[in-house]
Each structure stands twice: as C-alpha cells, then as structure tokens.
Design a protein. Sequence first.
Length: 504
Amino acid sequence: MTASKLESRTQNSSSGAACPVVVSQRGPLAFDVGAGGAPVPKPAPGGLATTIGAAAMGEPLIWIAAPHSPADAAAAPKTWLYGQAAVRLVPLPADPGSEDGGLANPVLWFLQHGLADSLEPWRFDAQRQHLWAEEYRQANAALVGAAVEIANASVFLLQDYHLYLAPALLRQQRPAAPIAHFSHIPWPRCGAWECLAPDLVRSLLHGLLGADLLGFQTAADAANFAATCVAYSVARPEGTWLRGADSHATLLRNYPVTVDAPSLFSAAATQGRLPALGERSGQVILRVDRLDPSKNIPAGFAAFGRLLDMHPELRGRVEFVSHLVCTRENVPEYRAARDAVRDAAEQVNARFGTASWQPIRIMLGDDRQLALAELRRFDVLLANSLADGMNLVAKEGAVLNERDGVLVLSERAGAWVELGGWALGVDPTDIDQTARALHQALVMPRSERMIRARRLRHAVASTSSVNWLNRQVLDTLSARAANAGASAQHRLLVSDTVSRLVTV
C-alpha cells in the first residue's frame, strides 16, 4: 500500500476500508534533520514502538503520536509511511510524559514500578498534582481530537500510562466506537496509589473505564487494576468485566507483548557488526537496558562483585558487558540512577580489575545494531529489574543467542510468567541469590544449557506481534457488541469482520 493511499484513510471521510487506529505518546518513528533541514525518519526506541511497530509492518493501521524533538515537530504536518502504517504526529499543548514536569514519566512511571518512595516529596504536593493533572488532561484531549477526525476507524487502540484519560474522552465524542487501552507497564496493588490525591486517582480510573477493553501484560496486573477500582469505588466486578456507575462495562484481559522473531533474525543477519566486536577468550555476562531506576542495574553489578568475591577462580575469566541507553536525563531521579550505575561499576572494577582485565565494561549509547550483536553471543543474560511490564530484552536474547546462553531473570518481570520455567529466577533485591544464580548459569552443563535455550527460543518464537494486536482487535469488537446489547446476528457479523483480519 502506498503512502498516499494510507494518508487518504486519515481524512475526514467515511469512504474506503476501515482500519485500526493506534494512539500513543511515542510513535514508531523518530526524526533527524537531513540535508536542507528536511526531516529524515528512523525507527523510534522503546518497547511500545518495537511491539506495535512489528505488527504495523504487516497490518494496515493509522498511528497517531506526539513529536519528541524539533525534528519530529518539523515532520508533523506530513503523514509518514512505516510498513503498512500511516503515521501522523500531533503537537501537544503539554506533554503527558514531560521530563521537566507533568504526571506520566515523573510520577506514574515511578509509582507503577514501586519506586514512589524514591521521589522527592514535592511531587505529591496537592497543588502541583492539580496543575499536572490539567496538563495531562489537555495532552490526552489533543491526541483524542486527532483520533476522532478519522471517521472510518474500525477500532481505537490507545496505549499506555500517558493516555489514561483518553478512553473516556474518546467515548464522549464517539460513543459507538470500539475502544481499547493497553498498559505496557505494571499495574501495582491498590495501596500504591495512596500517595496521589484520591480524586486524581478516580479520574484516571474513570478515564480507563471508558474503554470496551483494557489490556494488561499479565493476569496479576489485570487483577490489581480491578482491586484498585473496587478500593476507589468506581466500578464493581462482574466476572472478567468491570461495570462503572454509568452501566458501561469494560472487559479485562491480559496480552503479553512479544518480539517479532523473523524481523530480529533479519536484522541480526544483516547488521554486520559482530566481527567488529572481536574475539573473547572468557565468558560474557550481558545486560541490555535503558538507564532507568526500575532496571536495578547497580544491584546487578553488586551481585557480580559478590560472585567474584565468592569464586576467585572466575576472576579474569568472566566479563560483564552492559549495553546501556541514557533516557529522561532531565528527570533528577534518572540522573541519580546514572551516577549510581557508574559508582557501582567503578567499585567492582577498582577492587577486582587488573592491568589486563576489567570486570565490568559499560557501553553507553542507543546503538541497536551493536546491542543485537551482543545478544547473539552472551553466555549469561541478566535482567534483574525491580518491576517490569514485560522485559523484551529477555525475549530478544532468547531468540537471537547462538551460544545456548542462560537467562537470569527477575521474578518481578512480566516475562517471568512465560519464560520462568526455563530461566533462572531471582528476587531482584537479593544480592547473594543473584550472585548464586550467575554462578549456576556460568557453570551449567552444556546439555542443560541447550535444553533451556531451546525451550526459551520456542516459547518466544511461537508468538507474534501481529497476533498480539489482532487478538485485542477481536476482543474489543466483541466487547463493544456486548455493550451495545447486540443480537446474535450482530455478534455473528462482528465475528465475520474479525475473521478477515490476518492472524499469525
């Protein structure tokens, strides 16, 4: 499909085939400034862009997102083609994920990852929360305003913690539209929300309950959301549904995000960076992460130091390579996390390093090609996050690794539900346990490594980003039909519409 044909779908017209409309704070494209000042597209970072972007390569859809740089803003007037997706950037009056203020990244991210105690108390000042809530509402309204212009949308797929108010705002303007919202990050137990003003929490919950379908990474996340709604008296449970005061019912389901194995294999086969990494004589422990407090990077370094203390025979024979991407550096807590990572690595290197061997090597930068090359040849992959919606790196490593590498995985990561049977699990707060798991992984017999690696690879490769997206479309259309009191004939029509979607 050409860009012009996809762009025509975004016009205010009821003609043409309907397709899903994705709305998110970050889209699948970021932009650089090219020759003559023209914007040049490139794939955007982040798990959300990776997951839905893989589906967009094969499924026609319209994607509405916000610009994140001056180059992005310059690209906003045009509709851009990304695979089978038409991407439109919508400038916002206030960014819901603003790094200098706002509600999403500076507050909601920390709260939902169990890190609210690390925030400065001023972030919970009632007046400041009121101002942030208004900015957040304006940003949600701006993205919804762009979405409602698309008259022939088959379903609206709203994404993540930046858009908790959007489902209800969209429902007000398109009452008959099928609406879904997916939360990519964990939903904590209801007590975690007590640091926010109760009215603010209720407004977020009411916003989400405007959807026909709410998707979460795990069943535990969905259960926590239902418990939060009950605790704040905004809805009552009816099986797998929540019914609000307005009698609208919202279906709760979990849809674990995944990686696109064929795309990963293709990228890894053509990236050409592996020879440049050089040969290694010893074993490699790897982590690939954003420099985010929730990733628990200093604790991983401390566990490696404990390992070297407990097993001196490993000194000089094992290297811990950390491929880290700086993010949200305008947020004080992220700057503090960066400094803590540096200090933790320096402590281990100062104690155990020699003239010919440095225990921990940090590689800073958003070099996707280099990260893929590293994932192909680790002996151990460490993902010890304090909380994680999923952790796609664990799945990418399972697919790409060519050395029967062992996965050491936090039991608090969403990926643990699917991969825990074949990974070595750790409590991310237990340094000694993590050190023991690293040692077990390093000395594991080859036969066991092969079995674990094969099962991990099968668990990930048997899933599909397209199927992940289309399952949500199917369930959203069914939930909308149920909310509309559809007849059996109408439900059959819905099923027939869904059957024409490509499901892999």
